[in-house]
Design a protein around this ligand. Structure first.
Ligand code: NAD
Ligand code: FE2
Length: 403
């Protein structure tokens, strides 16, 4: 009885969020796209009147010279920059505070993030801390806590991926508590996003596959959740089709520039969908695998996605069937249940073909209750999932992920 009432209260909350999402002024980043497009950003930065930007990235990317063309074009336009490359995967509060100091010490006037979701998210929260100096990162946790505009902020994704270049979210790790959580506020949407597939050519196959599965998870969770609308549904369907058509291609051949371009677009579309329609239990559990064991976000999502689809297959059958059709797996004349099953099978076969396991190797039985508790704390009531789960059901699903 109490559980029934609780579920009803979650559904009321979801409905209010759906209405809220319809009236909230979601900013949309202006896009600069196509091979070589990173070189065009400096013109925009100059036109925006900036003269000294903080470039947020990570050491691996600096070692691979991925930001080279960006930095050269800034120099050519006479724009000074300071590189902050101390961002680690699953960025921490420490990384953010460190970047904030660099911005202040160098008297920067804008931020360019170039990297995967980790540098982009770190840069978002550096910007948020700058304009909200009296609020700690922990105090920003949750939804719609921030309202002040960030300094001019440009995002250049080098994975396809998180979609962070279009979302209102930043995911941070608290190294003290081993928690990973989202800060979701409208000002975190970047002003500009540059989608340049040339930056993604050197992305190794195992990161190509897992980040691509993160994008697929965004599309799927946004689509099968209860808070989608025509706009988010279209973005989720387009992303799914692009991912089914291109992910394995770029996993096999990283230099396939058309494939990379399509994956960059897919990631952007999926981000556009989930930032309005939310994610679901896959992300809630994955974030906690990241916080607890440092499991990369995309890898955790890829592994968990089929199990959650099994869990909600009946409730989400109609939408999974539609997504299967959108993804080119069947036609509308076929039985819904078969199409839905085919969709789940496709997710499993993508994982298998790209060497992604069906378990989380770091997972320990003793941690399962806490991971489940934290995942449900994240998901309830925020995520408008098709089927609401209990602590016991969540623990049972996580147990299936044991090595
Ligand atoms: N803000 C959002 O909306 C959102 C959504 C989903 C996930 N996330 C978060 O984003 C983070 C993960 O981001 P990610 O999956 O993009 O990975 P990442 O940024 O952590 O990068 C993973 C690794 O790939 C390397 N790499 C990145 N681009 C490369 C390239 N072009 N060539 C070679 N190596 C490259 C990086 O140096 C790093 O070692 C997680 O913290 C996750 O929780 C955020
Ligand atoms: Fe994600």
């Amino acid at each position: 009885m109490i559980w029934t009432l609780k579920k009803a209260s979650f559904r009321i909350f979801h409905m209010s969020m759906k209405l809220g999402a319809m009236v909230l002024p979601f900013p949309v980043p202006k896009l600069i796209t196509g091979p070589g497009s990173v070189k065009k950003l400096a013109d925009q930065v100059k036109a925006d009147g900036l003269s000294n930007v903080l470039v947020v990235t990570d050491r691996v990317l600096m070692g691979l010279n991925v930001p080279e063309n960006l930095l050269k074009s800034l120099e050519a336009k006479g724009i000074q920059y300071k590189v902050f490359d101390d961002v680690q995967p699953n960025p921490t509060i420490h990384n953010i505070e460190n970047g904030l100091q660099h911005y202040r010490l160098n008297k920067c006037d804008g931020i360019i993030a170039i990297g995967g979701g980790s540098p982009i998210d770190c840069a978002k929260v550096i910007g948020a801390r700058l304009v909200n100096p009296s609020r700690s990162v922990r105090q920003m946790r949750g939804t719609f806590k921030l309202w002040k505009s960030l300094p001019p902020f440009y995002a250049i994704p080098t994975t396809a991926g998180t979609g962070s270049e279009t979302t209102l979210a930043a995911v941070v790790t608290d190294s003290e508590t081993h928690e990973k959580y989202a800060i979701s506020s409208l000002p975190l949407v970047p002003k500009y996003a540059v989608l340049d597939p040339e930056l993604m050519i050197g992305l190794p196959p195992h990161i190509t596959s897992t980040t691509g599965m993160d994008a697929l998870t965004h599309a799927v969770e946004a689509y099968i959740g209860l808070n989608g609308n025509r706009f988010t549904d279209k973005n989720a369907c387009d992303a799914t089709k692009l991912i089914f058509d291109n992910l394995e291609k770029v996993y096999e051949n990283g230099s396939d520039i058309d494939g990379r371009n399509n994956m960059a677009l897919a990631s952007f579309y999926a981000g556009t969908a989930f930032t309005r329609a939310y994610v679901g239990y896959v992300h809630a559990i994955a974030h906690n695998m990241g916080g607890m064991y440092g499991v990369p976000h995309g890898l955790a999502n890829a592994i968990i996605l089929p199990y959650i689809l099994d869990f909600c297959q009946v409730e989400a059958e109609k939408k999974l069937a539609k997504l299967a059709i959108a993804g080119g797996l069947g036609t509308s004349g076929e039985p819904q249940s078969e199409l839905a099953q085919r969709f789940i099978d496709k997710v499993r076969s993508l994982n298998q073909n790209m060497g992604i396991p069906s378990y989380i190797k770091e997972l320990q039985e003793k941690d399962i209750p806490l991971i489940a508790e934290r995942a449900l704390y994240e998901a309830h009531p925020d995520y408008p999932v098709p089927r609401i789960m209990t602590q016991k059901e969540c623990e049972d699903i996580i147990r299936q992920l044991m090595p």
